[in-house]
Design a protein around this ligand. Structure first.
Ligand SMILES: [Ca+2]
Ligand SMILES: [Ca+2]
Length: 476
């Protein structure tokens, strides 16, 4: 699978500004299946404390005083190139050490003091220096240094004064892998960095650009790292090399022949068969071993809790969405009502009469017209008039009742005036006088009758008013 996937990637592409680029699978590695079963990386060789796994190359683990390196086995056959490297430098401390180096040199696999590799090298070293040796508070620092085999790397100054370019970048403990793109084309060395805060391919920033850089031909690519009293994990996830050219003739077309393709395909199928066989053997030898499928049948407590939280969140979301929809509906209705009202108040004038000879177009059915408004207003006036009349009528009745009551009290007073005639009237109760034979005296039945009539009139007026109001509301 590894071979097939990388063979497909050997197609070269045209970059911007007339630069031709071809992916060189023999000079890189990437997951999955980065390392093989025996821990080796195809086309690469490692030593020291370096460990290769299917997902990354741990150049050094986070233990004190470790050194490790991994070097490509193939001599570089192209003059210009681009390397994109993905890495993670992680540690529990606020400060880490020592750092990671990427190499393009004519030497390979030589241990030494410069981030685990030899000093006085021939070629290029790109350093991701975590530890601030010169105490200038300018680390973690990314820098590049070209050496012709004579210069001793100045650790105490973090290489200041020796480097061709650099930039201050914190590359430790990032949520995503940090990426670096080193381009060497037409003696110009460019270094771009991706800070690893996002996962977007577009977030590269220029670190530096150095001109007139001369590197030896036929070098080797390598990686090395070292830890000291402080220690970080130095993991490289991808190392992708491409050759560059400014004309299509300079790109070597090394596409494999049909015969080679068939051979690789056969090799791949054999490998797949062997893997299946190994799996079957393992299951036969370990019948009690837990299979991956079993994990899916049972949830752990944390997973169950998470799922419940997720379900709850989804329900809340649905409810909120439903509320939102209803709110929209209400707002829509309100707007419709408002627009009807504004039409009614704004379009209060009677519509212009139709021009002679033109048919009279009927007005839209859902708008209220002038004559209807007039009718409503007339109704209102009538109601007011009627209520006034009723009011005066009731007032009249009230007055008459009062008069009747006064008339009723007058004979009682006269009785008192004539009381001296005899003591028989003294026995008559004051509150309920007996009715004299003359007319104009109010009996209890007459009084109750008047009250009932008054009630009937008031109720009649109220129902009349309600009916009129209901009729008026129909127009809105
Ligand atoms: Ca340093
Ligand atoms: Ca420093």
């Amino acid at each position: 699978m590894f071979f097939i996937s990388i063979v497909i990637c050997t197609v070269f592409s045209v970059q911007a500004q007339g630069v031709y680029k071809r992916f060189e699978y023999k000079y890189g590695f990437k997951p999955p299946y980065l390392a093989q079963k025996d821990g080796t990386v195809p086309f690469w060789e490692h030593k020291g404390n370096t460990i290769a796994s299917p997902d990354n190359v741990r150049v050094t683990p986070s233990l004190k005083s470790q050194k490790g390196m991994i070097w490509n086995k193939n001599q570089v056959t192209f003059k210009w190139w681009e390397v994109e490297m993905w890495f993670r430098i992680t540690g529990r401390g606020r400060i880490g050490a020592d750092g990671l180096a990427m190499w393009y040199t004519t030497e390979r696999m030589e241990e030494g003091p410069v981030f685990g590799s030899r000093d006085k090298w021939h070629g290029l070293g790109v350093f991701f220096d975590s530890f601030d040796n010169d105490n200038k508070r300018n680390n973690p620092y990314v820098s590049a240094m070209v050496n012709d085999g004579t210069i001793t790397y100045d650790h105490e100054k973090d290489g200041q004064g020796q480097i061709v370019g650099g930039c201050l970048r914190d590359f430790r403990n990032k949520p995503h892998p940090v990426r670096v793109r080193v381009t060497y084309l037409n003696n110009v060395l460019t270094l771009e960095m991706h800070n690893g805060i996002t996962n977007s391919d577009k977030d590269f920033e220029l670190c530096f650009r150095a001109e007139n850089v001369v590197l030896p031909e036929n070098g080797y690519f390598g990686l090395s790292a070292a830890t000291g009293g402080l220690a970080d994990d130095h993991d490289v996830i991808k190392f992708l090399t491409s050759s560059l050219a400014t004309s299509p003739q300079d790109i070597k077309d090394e596409r494999i022949s049909e015969q080679e393709r068939q051979r690789l395909k056969k090799e791949f199928e054999e490998y797949q068969q062997k893997t299946e066989q190994a799996k079957a053997d393992y299951r036969r030898e370990h019948p009690d071993a837990k299979h991956d499928d079993e994990d899916e049948e049972y949830d752990s407590e944390a997973t169950r809790e998470l799922r419940q939280i997720f379900d709850g969140q989804s329900q809340i979301y649905e409810t909120v969405r439903e509320l939102h929809r209803k709110m929209d509906e209400i707002v829509g209705r309100q707007e419709r009502t408002l627009s009807l009202l504004s039409q009614q108040s704004g379009g209060g004038q009677a519509p212009p009469p139709p021009a002679p000879g033109q048919p009279h177009l009927p007005a839209p059915a859902d708008t209220i017209r002038r004559h209807e408004v007039d009718a409503v207003l007339n109704n209102q006036r009538e109601i007011v008039q009627a209520s006034r009349e009723i009011k005066s009528f009731v007032g009249e009745i009230n007055q008459r009742t009062h008069t009747i009551l006064e008339h009723q009290q007058r004979p009682v007073g006269s009785v008192q005036q004539t009381g001296g005639a005899g003591g028989r009237l003294q026995n008559v109760p004051q509150g309920v006088p007996s009715c004299p034979q003359t007319g104009g005296c109010l009996t209890l039945a007459v009084f109750l009758g008047v009250c009932a009539l008054q009630m009937v009139i008031i109720l009649g007026f109220l129902s009349y008013r309600d009916n009129k109001q209901a009729a008026a509301k129909k127009f809105y």
